[in-house]
Design a protein around this ligand. Structure first.
Ligand code: AMP
Length: 227
């Protein structure tokens, strides 16, 4: 069970991936979270990634690929994993294909308007990383994480001038992956057109897409080949 969640920043892929991974008993691997952890721990990777992230640019492929490769070799990845925020470039996808096969790509299809509204009001728990925003994911108590009561802070790369840069990076470098994986018949689109859609509704749409994809594959395998 190896799935990729693809989509622009603010598309809900992180929230959906973190809630769906436990249902399949596999780890949720977010390369953004791994970088933020490395920055907090002041590791070499953190030092190398920090300035790119601050500017809303992509961290160079060799750094990301090395970090991801190590992570997916850990014991908890034996039965699979959900990747969130990786791959983000065609070379990353090509390297991933050399390491392992993927079984499904969920493409979170969300308009720029929704993404900008969500990101400009997004806050993250500084303790557990849970994500909130003022459209669909409102914390119960202002400034406080529902899960662990940690403090909610704005990520440095969610500042308005950086948001636009991240969206441009997505369009230039990551969106071409949709066709890369469509050519391999691995993509299911999950479209969100409602700014007020809740996280629970998003998770349900993704679970439906996974179920549909699985039954389509089963049907293809069961259909006798008449040639
Ligand atoms: P995210 O939390 O997924 O929005 O990622 C935050 C930032 O981490 C991105 O804006 C990039 O600077 C960096 N990053 C995360 N994943 C990747 C990746 N696969 N390739 C390059 N940079 C990445």
């Amino acid at each position: 069970m190896r799935k990729i969640f693809l989509g622009p920043p603010g598309s809900g892929k992180g929230t959906a991936a973190s809630r769906i991974a436990p249902k399949f008993n596999v780890p949720h691997i977010s390369t953004g979270d791994l970088f933020r952890h490395n920055i907090t721990e002041e590791t070499q990777i953190g030092l190398e990634a920090k300035d790119y992230m601050k500017r809303g640019e992509l961290v160079p492929d060799e750094i990301v690929i090395g970090m991801l490769k190590e992570r997916i070799q850990e014991d908890d990845c034996q039965e699979g994993f959900i990747l969130d925020g990786f791959p983000r470039t065609i070379p990353q996808a090509e390297q991933l294909a050399k390491l392992t096969d993927m079984d499904l790509v969920i493409n979170m299809d969300v308009s720029d308007e929704i993404v900008i509204k969500r990101l400009s009001s997004r806050v993250t728990c500084e303790n557990c990383g849970e994500i909130f925003n003022l459209v669909g994911l409102i914390p119960k108590n202002e400034g406080e994480c529902d899960k662990c009561q940690g403090k909610l802070i704005r990520r440095p790369d969610d500042e308005p001038e950086v948001i636009q840069n991240r969206l441009n990076m997505y369009k230039e470098q990551t969106a071409p992956l949709i066709n890369f994986y469509k050519n391999k018949n691995l993509v299911k689109d999950v479209t969100c057109t409602n700014i007020n859609q809740t996280a629970e509704e998003t998770v349900q749409s993704v679970l439906n897409a996974i179920e549909n994809f699985t039954s389509e594959i089963k049907e293809t395998l069961e259909t006798p080949n008449n040639n």
